[in-house]
Ligand binder design. Sequence first.
Ligand code: ADP
Length: 305
Amino acid sequence: MTSQDSEDGEAARDDRSGGSRPARPAADDPPSHGRPAAVEFRGVTKIYNQGTPREAVAIRDVSFTIPDLPDRGEISTFLGPSGCGKSTVLRMVAGLEPQFPPTRGTVHVLGREVVGPGADRGMVFQDYTSFDNRTVLGNVTFGLECQGVPKRTRDAEGREWIQRVGLDPHRDAAKYPHELSGGMRQRVAIARTLVLRPRIILMDEPFGALDPATRLDMQDLLVRLWREVEATVLFITHSVEEAVYLGDRVFVMATTPGRIAAEIRMSAAASPARETQIEPWFHEQVSRLQAQLEVIEAAASRPGE
Ligand code: ADP
C-alpha cells in the first residue's frame, strides 16, 4: 500500500480541529488495547476466472488494518473509480462468493480468518433488498426469525429499530416495500441489519440511489446510529463529500489493478451533514481528495498503465 497518510492526514486533522470544536487526534490511531483488528487484509489479490480467457485481476496485493476501537468503532469509507475493486473488498469481508475466497493473501475479521458469512457481519446494499411479500416489520425481524427468536421478542425489537431509523412503528410497520419511498426502504434495510447487532457493518453504496436531500438525512442517521451501536462500518461511496463527512478513515482506491492508493485519517463528524458541508475545512478536504482521484483516473485511462 502506498500511504499518503502523513501528509494528507496531518492537514485534515489540523483543518478539522480548528475553531472552537474540540479536536480528536486524527493521524494517530486511538489505542485499541491490544484487541485484534476489526478487519485486516494481508497481501490480498483477487483474480476472477483465473486460467480462462476471461481472467481479470480485480485487486492486487491489498493490505490494510482497521482497528477495533473499544466502545466506539469507526467508519471507514472506500472511494475510487468504478472497477477499482471496492465491492470485491467489501464482499470478501462478508465472506460472500465469488469475491471470497481471495486468490492470494488473508482476510481477518476480529482476529479470525474469514471462512464464510457470519453473524458478526451485516451488509446493506444500494439496491433495496427487502422481501416484497413481507411487511416492514416482517423484513426488519427476518434475521431474528432465522435465529429462532420468539415472535413476541422479535416484534418488540423490530418495532424499536423501526423507530430508531426514523420510521413510525404504528403507521409504517404494516406497510409493504412497494408503499415506501427509496429513503424509507433504505431505513428498513439499515434496521434489518442493525437489529442483529453485528460488530462489523458493510455498506455498498447504500445511499447512491437517493436524492441529495434524503442522502444527507441518511448520512446523519448513520452517524447517530453508529454512535449508538459502536460498530465498525465499512462504507463504499462514489461521493467525495460523503466519504469525507462519514469517514474516520478514507481509503482511496486506484484501478488496473485495484489497489489502495492512500489511507487518510479524519476527525469524527461533529455536526450534522448540512452544517459540516458548508465549512471551509470540508471544502478544502473534498477538493484535495477530488484532485487525488482525478490523477488516479487519468493514470488509469492512459494505455499501458
Ligand atoms: P468496484 O466496486 O470498485 O466498481 P468491483 O469490485 O465490482 O469494483 O470490480 C473490480 C473488477 O473486477 C472489475 O474490473 C470487475 O469487472 C471485475 N469483477 C467484479 N466481479 C466480477 C466477477 N464476479 N467476475 C468477473 N469479474 C468481476
